[in-house]
Design a protein around this ligand. Structure first.
Ligand code: PLP
Length: 453
């Protein structure tokens, strides 16, 4: 609809579009923000406002906006072969090349890719494939999954069930049977006086307790986000994942890392399994795999799991029309090439990441900030009524939203979950943009503090 004005678009949107994760009645009154253009770390809305996107869309635009190469490879692939499936003994060249590339990039022996359209579908896939893996080895009772309260693994029935978001479970009668949740590692909320090492052990032991409660012979897998994103960027103690791995091995429980946010550089390495030095059996990917330019998800299986599925599993009764879509695969390959050739992840790890960390930690000096946490290019500010107490505001979420709105008015996109301000910028953010981000965040905090009186 060329030339259509913003007010008309907002009216049509309110009339015809149900938005995910929105109070749609409130949104209809407020009017949707319509984004029109992006370049690097900035986006522009239909009113001409330039916004520094410190959230990379939805944790996904790792290489930044406006990379023409990605559009070019998509157009080229569409011209050559816009679509073919992977079902009937077929595949396409980009899909093969992407499988091999992912096998090369992901750590250890995660050598086998299964393609989906999204992170949610990747997590749905593991629920079925992991149960199948045990069943074909004569252990169908190894059926139960353990995950964390407040975790996020997507919005499909299995994804939301594996996740631990209570608000999501309330809608649609979730979780489905066979999924059990333990408390997450959230030092700010429940670390008490423990040091990092001790808290890491205590938090990981919750997994062992749950395995023993269910019986190890009944437990298929543990799944977790290495850094829990949506709930508020919970960065676990350094020893947490090593402990989790040890426990999984002890009881022969598969370890699944949901790297939908963490993968492709977010924590300063290609994958958070490297950052935390642990060895998943299965890894789920999406978002940064194409920098959000086109939908794609993947599951990486290690040799052990893939071999059982291939040799004992019979026909894999699972797949999507767009599993291994050649255009998405071509875009993913080009996105990975950009990340590699431009050494974007190395720059984050050695240069811009430490700079961002220093500036972000300095925001911890603000009277409203109870904790400033950051790892690589992902972080949070925990807003508190009183320092140094680790307390929450009574009406949780109100202050965070206030701060988010102040930031937006000054041209900065941050996300708020409860009263934590979340950070996840494009990995190409420059030091000058980090300065802008820090300055605008401080101003938003000031305005929030003033509003609170
Ligand atoms: N897993 C994690 C850790 C996520 O953060 C998300 C989305 O934010 C998902 C899975 C679901 O991915 P998608 O929205 O692509 O289905």
């Amino acid at each position: 609809m060329p030339g259509i004005d913003t007010t008309t678009l907002q009216r049509l949107d309110a009339a015809h579009h149900l938005h995910p994760f929105n109070d749609n009645a409130a949104l209809a009154k407020r009017g949707t923000r319509i984004l029109t253009r992006g370049e690097g770390c900035y986006v522009w809305d239909a009113e001409g406002n330039q916004l520094l996107d410190a959230f990379a869309g939805l944790w996904c635009v790792n290489v930044g906006y406006g990379r023409k190469e990605l559009g070019r490879v998509a157009a080229h692939q569409m011209d050559e072969l816009a679509y073919y499936n992977s079902f009937f003994q077929c595949t396409t060249e980009p899909t093969v090349r992407l499988s091999a590339k992912l096998a090369e990039l992901t750590p250890h022996d995660l050598n086998h890719a299964f393609f989906t359209n999204s992170g949610s579908e990747a997590n749905d896939t593991i629920l079925r494939m992991v149960r199948h893996f045990w069943a074909v080895q004569g252990k169908p009772e190894k059926f139960n999954f353990i995950s964390r309260h407040d975790g996020y693994h997507g919005s499909t029935v299995a994804g939301a069930s594996l996740g631990g978001m209570k608000g999501m479970h309330k809608q649609g009668g979730l979780p489905i049977p066979g999924i059990h949740h333990i408390d997450p590692p959230y030092w700010f909320g429940d670390g008490g006086e423990m040091d990092e090492e001790e808290y890491g052990r205590v938090a990981a032991k919750r997994l062992e307790d749950k395995i023993l409660e269910l019986g190890p012979e009944n437990v298929a897998a543990f799944i977790g986000e290495p850094v829990m994103g949506a709930i508020g960027v919970y960065i676990p103690p350094r020893n947490y994942w090593k402990e989790i791995e040890r426990i999984c091995r002890q009881y022969d429980v598969l370890l699944v890392a949901d790297e939908v946010i963490c993968g492709f550089g977010r924590t300063g390495n290609w994958f958070a399994a490297e950052t935390f030095d642990f060895r998943p059996d299965v890894m789920t990917l999406a978002k940064g795999i194409t920098s959000g330019y086109i939908p794609l998800g993947a599951v990486m299986f290690n040799d052990r799991v893939a071999e059982v599925l291939a040799t004992k599993g019979g026909e894999l009764a699972h797949g999507y029309t767009y599993s291994g879509h050649p255009v998405c695969a071509a875009v993913a390959l080009e996105n990975i090439r950009i990340l590699q050739d431009e050494k974007i992840i190395e720059t984050c790890r050695n240069d811009t990441g430490p700079y961002l960390a220093e500036k972000w930690k300095a925001l911890g000096e603000h009277p409203l900030v109870g904790e400033a946490r950051i790892l690589g290019m992902v972080g949070a500010l925990e807003l508190v009524p009183r320092k140094p107490a680790r307390e929450y505001f009574p009406d949780r979420g109100r202050v965070g939203q206030m701060c988010r709105d102040f930031a937006l008015r000054s041209g900065l996109i941050l996300r708020a979950t409860n009263d934590a301000m979340l950070l996840s910028p494009p990995l190409v953010i420059t030091k000058a943009q980090v300065d802008e981000l820090a300055e605008k965040t401080w101003r938003a905090l000031d305005l929030t503090a003033r509003e609170l009186g």
